[in-house]
Ligand binder design. Sequence first.
Ligand code: ATP
Ligand code: MG
Length: 314
Amino acid sequence: MSAIRLEELTKRYTEGFWRPRPYTALDRLSLTVESGEVFGCLGPNGAGKTTTLKLLMALVRPTSGQAEILGLPAGSVEVRRRVGYLPENPSFYDHLSAEELLIYFAGLFGCTGAEARRRAAARLDEVGLGAERRMPIRKYSKGMVQRVGIAQALINDPELVFLDEPMSGLDPIGRRDVRALIMRLRDRGCTVFFSSHVLADAEALCNRVAVLAKGRLVAEGRVSDLLAFRVHGWELVVSRVSREVVDQLAVGARITPIGPDRFAIDVPLAVAPERLLQDFVAQGASLVSLNPMRDTLEDFFVESVAAPPARPEA
Ligand SMILES: Nc1ncnc2c1ncn2[C@@H]1O[C@H](COP(=O)(O)OP(=O)(O)OP(=O)(O)O)[C@@H](O)[C@H]1O
Ligand SMILES: [Mg+2]
């Protein structure tokens, strides 16, 4: 059984007061996420990521199409019991402390007394909130609120979590913590569905991704497959070598001097980088780095957004 199954899921909003026009925020999205996967929903601002998550959580109703979670209709009580959700920009009743809030959320799942306190403490430890958990939330930084949101999403030990931009508002250490947390969830067998426009996070975490642009699915698959066919050469950086030798050995390649005796050379795919490197070493040069040049997901976005498939307006 799949963890998530979307079939032709569509959401149209009405825009404009005087002359209402339909606006398609999500256009016939079909997707399947298997149990245990870490799945990334990627796309630039306005692509339809949050709309997809809200449809999955049954916070908005689809115009057409179907969403099934854990084999059940999205929004059913049974589903709510078994999933967790971090909304985009979470905000909480902020006179409570994080600890009080989480004890309250544990109570919503039927967990009270010492067990609720134990659970709240475990989740707060997991997201790295220290003694500040006893301060009222209104005194928290954005990153701290985000951590409370993640702890809240995990309070019921969900088998599937939906995280809308889990890294947003976090500094580099915070991002690393959340990445590690998502890996731990995966290792426990929890399915993770998260949205992001930060591509490095998706590259580091996901088995598979879906790329949305303007409400349409423009690509889907393993991150490695999406990028693999886009390797378009190598960047070789060598040092302790003269410009003359570089010109001689790397005929026709783009050469960028980065120091008096240090050069970056863009080696086209047709040239074996190993051979070229051997030639350089034979001339007394040292290797600084050799990297495949490929489009990042960022480039991929820009292309997808520049030329999305035409959207038929209803
Ligand atoms: N309640 C609403 N009424 C009208 N339009 C809406 C509504 N909610 C979302 N939209 C529109 O739907 C489109 C998709 O929005 P959505 O919030 O899903 O994007 P997103 O991919 O999450 O973007 P971001 O990266 O900025 O969070 C946007 O153009 C937005 O203006
Ligand atoms: Mg969003």
